[in-house]
Structures are given as C-alpha cells and as structure tokens.
Write a protein that binds this ligand. Structure first.
Ligand SMILES: Nc1ncnc2c1ncn2[C@@H]1O[C@H](COP(=O)(O)OP(=O)(O)OP(=O)(O)O)[C@@H](O)[C@H]1O
Ligand SMILES: [Mg+2]
Length: 205
C-alpha cells in the first residue's frame, strides 16, 4: 500500500513500487516477486522452527531481512521516517526503537507467547490480537509490515500447535476487515482483531 507523508522517498516517483535493487518498475512483476520471496520465507522459518525458537526482536527483523534483502536496502531495518496511512499516523520514527524495545520487554515477560499449547483458542486469540495491535501501531518497517507481522504470529501459532492463521481475505482496500480492525488497534481496541484471529485459528492435526 502507498504511504503518504515524508516516506515517499522509497518509491519510484508516481508509483507504489519501492525503489529496488533489480530496478523493477512494473507493479505485477514486483507483486509476484514479493509473493514468491514471502513463500520461501514461510518455508524457511517453518522448517527452522523448534522448541528453542525465541520470537524476539532479532527474529522479527530476520523475517523481514530474509524475505526482502534481495530487493530492498532497508530490509530488516527499522524505518527512520514518519509514515501514515489514511487517517492513521503510526509511531513517530524518533520513538520507534524505544517503543519496540518496550514491546519486546513485555513480550519476553509473556515468554514470547510460547505457552499456549494447552490453553484455549480464545485465550490465544486474545493475547495474539493484543500484541499484533501493538506491532501494527508501531509499524516498524518502511513497507511490508502487514505481511511480516502476520508471518511473525503465524510462526507463533505453529509453535503452539495451530495452523497458519486464516485471515480469510486480506487486501489493502480501506473497507477490508483486517484494515478496519487495524484502524481500531490505533485506539487500543483489539476486539475486532481478536474476532478475526479467533475465527482463523485451527489446531494442526
Ligand atoms: N488506515 C490504516 N490504519 C491503521 N492500520 C492500517 C491502515 N491501513 C493499513 N494498515 C495496516 O498496515 C498494514 C499494511 O502495511 P504495509 O503496507 O507496510 O504492509 P504490506 O505487507 O505491504 O501490506 P498488506 O498487509 O496489505 O499485505 C495492514 O496490514 C494493516 O495492518
Ligand atoms: Mg505495503
């Protein structure tokens, strides 16, 4: 999705395409390549998941870096500019590092959500929604936040004996349910996200 404000510098002018190492300026081509790279990232991190995996700050950055280092110089790095989408202004860039540190300190206290194997789906959905909302509001990277955040929690879901969370239908359209729920996150209302997640949780066989 295209950002407004002072972040436009990462895109080829007049497009939604981030300046990339391969010089791709065709939307379909970049969409397909990103999707392919993402699929590989899912495979890689799923294969490497084990009981010692820590879903810490390094892990979040590594997901983004592994997926997009071939394309973007800022892969795996936090943004340094302020960004907004629609009416939403995400965390100010100058507070980002500090806020992410805080996020992961709280996440660590919850043992990175690694203890939900024997709890109910309702309990898991509630806690995932809470932390997902926080990360959406932080919006750590220039781009590809949505996909990276979903991947992060998909790995946590698998860790706890679930399949990847089924979001049903994700699109960048303003009327999309996930976008609507993301907007509510900015007002500390995680309920709509919790409902989406609970609906999308299924125990792995
Ligand atoms: N108006 C908005 N208010 C709050 N959050 C929003 C808004 N629009 C989008 N978002 C959040 O930002 C995410 C998109 O961020 P970004 O474009 O960096 O990631 P992406 O992976 O390219 O997109 P997508 O999630 O659509 O695949 C959405 O998934 C949603 O969580
Ligand atoms: Mg985007």
């Amino acid at each position: 999705m295209k950002y407004s404000s002072d972040q436009d510098y990462i895109y080829y002018s007049g497009t939604n395409i981030p300046v990339n190492k391969l010089g791709i300026q065709n939307q379909t081509e970049i969409d397909e390549l990103e999707a392919q790279l993402f699929l590989k990232t899912y495979e890689h991190f799923h294969e490497n998941l084990n009981e010692k995996t820590l879903f810490n700050q390094k892990y979040l950055k590594d997901l983004h870096k592994f997926a997009f280092a071939k394309l973007y110089s800022w892969a795996g790095k936090y943004r340094t500019k302020n960004i907004s989408k629609g009416d939403t202004v995400f965390c100010q860039a100058r507070h980002l590092e500090e806020q992410i540190e805080k996020f992961f300190a709280e996440f660590k206290k919850e043992n990175y959500l690694r203890d939900y194997h024997d709890k109910t789906s309702e309990e898991f959905a509630e806690v995932v929604a809470y932390f997902m909302c926080e990360l959406i509001a932080l919006h750590p990277f220039n781009e590809l936040n949505g996909r990276t955040i979903r991947l992060f929690f998909d790995m946590i879901a698998v860790y706890n004996g679930y399949e990847y969370i089924n979001y049903d239908n994700i699109s960048a359209r303003a009327d999309n349910k996930f976008i609507q729920a993301s907007k509510r996150c900015m007002h500390k209302d995680c309920k709509p996200m919790e409902e989406i997640i609970l609906k999308g949780l299924k125990k792995a066989k």
